[in-house]
Design a protein around this ligand. Structure first.
Ligand SMILES: *[C@@H]1O[C@H](CO)[C@@H](O)[C@H](O)[C@H]1NC(C)=O
Ligand SMILES: *[C@@H]1O[C@H](CO)[C@@H](O)[C@H](O)[C@H]1NC(C)=O
Ligand SMILES: *[C@@H]1O[C@H](CO)[C@@H](O)[C@H](O)[C@H]1NC(C)=O
Length: 397
């Protein structure tokens, strides 16, 4: 792309439009619900509502219970990845945090998809924010327990696990990443939602094929070289994000008093107010899902055909993931019902009532929205568009 110079108004407009885009997409956190966002947007920002069509999907049936979705791993036979996805000539660190609170199956799916797309397992860090202390490490939870996580499986895959000291909110978890990066002396890091599946652009021209990981490394290299005033590089909304630690420091990190919803508006607006950029970049397909594949082996090429691209297996996988993503969007109970689906484990250490847990989160989501309004003396997400400046927060009694 040719370099583009923008005047200040255009930058603000773009920034605003972009934040809006994020919001409408409902992609900012697992706890942002597009229905709520829509309701709170100024009229002119609302997506025009088309005539209601008959629903294309019923609510997806609650997925049939499966204790194991990666039998090959259980048998100690993790499939080989496409050698074209491996990046050998890279000296840059690419630490990628994936936060986990509930639903091991979605987490495993996300992790395995990153590995299959070339991300070195040694650079993946699962942040166990289940709040069950050492229970998962010691294997004390059963797979039907929402907070179950298989440490042995992650080690087998070569992925490391770092535990939060106690259950953190979304904003606290984000600050945990920042602090962890500071401790490690990393100037940047990647983070990803755990309810995603990533896939490389295999259907593009094979001569120019680059795996998702290769593209992410390229984005990182270019970003570091350019030394712009950058805060975030957003791959598919913020389902995968590259973060500049310096920008996080400059704006004082996330406001943990706004735990979930609106904390993103607060953060991304403060970054824009301080002229830190947040651009969209691309590295491959990122699907936002609330269900899992029945066998994760489908994320890998067939044995003996490892370097083939765009096979039938691959095109079928894309169709399946597209369907899973649409089902998530159309689920009338909100996008996040998967979080309430695994509901066993009663009586195990640190068990909480999953429905109560969900209600508790919703309670704090509402309180966070209230606090945002008090903080800015304004309750909507379009702070930039309305001319709010850095320092306008907490200026009204
Ligand atoms: C956890 O993963 C390990 C390693 O793949 C496997 O042997 C074990 O059966 C898994 N545990 C459960 C409860 O599924
Ligand atoms: C990949 O496969 C799909 C479906 O078979 C086809 O439409 C597409 O053209 C293929 N892409 C390339 C680059 O061959
Ligand atoms: C951001 O950029 C604008 C326009 O160039 C400038 O007026 C303002 O002082 C900058 N703000 C900060 C915090 O750097």
């Amino acid at each position: 792309m040719p370099p583009v110079t923008l005047n200040r108004r255009a930058i603000l407009a773009l920034g605003g439009a972009f934040i809006l885009f994020l919001l409408v997409s409902g992609a900012i956190t697992n706890h942002v619900r597009p229905d709520i966002v829509q309701k709170h947007l100024p009229d002119r920002w609302k997506t025009p509502q088309p005539e209601p069509e008959p629903p294309k999907f019923e609510d997806p049936p609650v997925q049939e219970w499966q204790e194991e979705i990666f039998p090959l791993a259980k048998a100690g036979k993790i499939p080989k990845i496409n050698p074209k996805n491996i990046v050998n000539d890279n000296n840059l660190k690419t630490p990628l945090f994936i936060g986990f609170t509930r639903n091991w199956y979605l987490l495993e799916q996300a992790v395995v998809s990153y590995i299959a797309a070339g991300w070195p397992a040694s650079q993946l860090i699962v942040i166990d924010n289940s709040g069950v202390m050492d229970s998962n490490l010691r294997g004390l939870l059963s797979p039907t327990n929402p907070w179950y996580l298989n440490h042995t499986r992650l080690s087998q895959l070569g992925v490391s696990v770092k535990r939060t000291p106690t259950l953190l909110s979304f904003a606290q978890l984000q600050n945990f990443y920042i602090n962890y990066a500071i401790e490690q002396d990393w100037g940047y890091y990647f983070w990803s939602h755990m309810d995603v599946v990533v896939v490389s652009h295999e259907s593009e021209s094979p001569e120019n094929y680059k795996s998702l990981y290769r593209k992410a490394v390229d984005v990182l290299g270019t970003t570091l070289e350019k030394r712009d005033h950058w805060a975030l590089k957003l791959f598919a909304y913020d389902w995968l994000t590259l973060v500049n630690v310096e920008a996080m420091r400059d704006v004082g990190a996330w406001d943990t008093q706004i735990p979930y919803y609106m904390t993103d508006c607060d953060m991304y607006s403060r970054l824009t107010m301080r002229n830190w950029t947040q651009d969209n970049v691309d590295a491959g397909h990122v699907y936002d899902v609330s269900s899992h594949l029945t066998d994760l082996a489908v994320l890998f090429p067939e044995e003996g055909h490892e370097s083939e691209l765009n096979t039938t297996r691959f095109t079928d996988l894309l169709k399946q993931l597209q369907l899973m993503m649409e089902q998530k969007q159309k689920n009338s109970h909100g996008r996040n019902t998967w979080q309430a689906r695994q509901d066993g484990g009663k009586g195990e250490p640190f068990w909480r009532n999953p429905k109560g847990f969900e209600r508790g989160i919703n309670f704090w989501i509402d309180k966070g929205r209230e606090l945002f309004r008090i903080k800015w003396n304004y309750g909507e997400c379009d702070l930039i568009d309305k001319g709010y400046k850095y320092g306008d927060q907490w200026t009204k009694d």
